[in-house]
Ligand binder design. Structure first.
Ligand code: SG7
Ligand code: ZN
Length: 255
């Protein structure tokens, strides 16, 4: 039915969700020759990302992605006009043959991408914030393949089998979520866009980090091959095609 969407027919999103046809959609291709260096972009400062010692976290397969629920004590305290509180993080990926990041750099996809979704603290909940122009701030980072296992990602990937079926969840011990992001957050791209899934609300202040994360080939394969969506199909290639900029400019925090 009309509320049911998938990644196979992204064109059909437009008929059920009008915002998906808007002029500030995400993801986008980041053409590095066209970005505008803005030395006044404030550095991003995170707070409360170290959750060690906190209660367990819920990890779920929601049929569209692998998602980790986050407490709103995790916050972006500097970098925007307002404070943004964390809600959840999730991933986009392809398969062994197809790299599945959502954003692209000069038309090149990375193997995968992580999104940490935050909402403006002036709203009571993410639900209220999600459709407001200043509602959301998502931090995105590219995930590539490295020679070594990324221990920090084992917090999530070691239990991925427990959420292989759609709408399943499990509890995992808390850990320092900062370690899922690149070592340096100094270099980033910034633009105004949308949720990359229906209902595609144009409410996201996007940050895409220049520095990347690496996981081992085996870890990436676990992400690509373990989860199932509806009808027992593999949950993979859950990335949206890059959208037209329609005159938007992409800022860079670095020259
Ligand atoms: C994923 O991407 C989910 C959605 C998320 C959507 O499908 O993580 O979240 C939930 C709660 O299902 O939508 C409102 C929201 O966070 C789009 O998020 S994204 O633009 O960062 N990819
Ligand atoms: Zn996402």
């Amino acid at each position: 039915h009309s509320n049911h969407w998938d990644y196979h027919n992204q064109r059909s999103w437009l008929s059920a969700f009008t915002d998906c046809g808007g002029k500030s959609q995400s993801p986008i291709d980041i053409a590095t020759r066209e970005v505008i260096y803005d030395p006044r972009l404030p550095a991003i400062k995170l707070d409360g990302y170290d959750l060690s010692g906190h209660p367990e976290l819920t990890l779920q397969n929601n049929g569209h992605t692998l998602q980790l629920q986050l407490p709103n004590t995790m916050r972006i305290v500097k970098g925007f006009d307002q404070v943004y509180l964390a809600a959840q993080l999730h991933f986009h990926w392809g398969n062994t043959e197809v790299p599945g990041s959502e954003h692209t750099i000069d038309n090149v996809h990375f193997p995968a991408e992580v999104h940490v979704v935050h909402y403006n603290s002036k709203y009571a909940s993410i639900k209220e914030a999600a459709s407001e122009p200043d509602g959301l701030a998502v931090l995105g980072a590219f995930i590539g393949i490295g020679l070594h296992e990324n221990e920090n990602y084992e917090n999530i990937l070691s239990v991925i089998k427990d959420v292989s079926t759609e709408e399943s969840d499990t509890k995992i011990p808390s850990f320092n979520v900062r370690h899922l992001l690149p070592n340096s957050l100094e270099k980033f791209y910034r633009y105004t866009g949308s949720l990359t899934t229906p209902p595609c609300y144009q409410s996201v202040n996007w940050t895409v980090f220049n520095d990347t994360i690496t996981v081992s080939r085996k870890q990436l394969a676990a992400l690509e091959e373990t989860l199932k969506a509806g009808h027992n199909q593999r949950l993979s290639q859950n990335f949206r095609t890059p959208q037209n900029l329609h005159g938007r400019h992409v800022l860079a925090s670095f020259p």
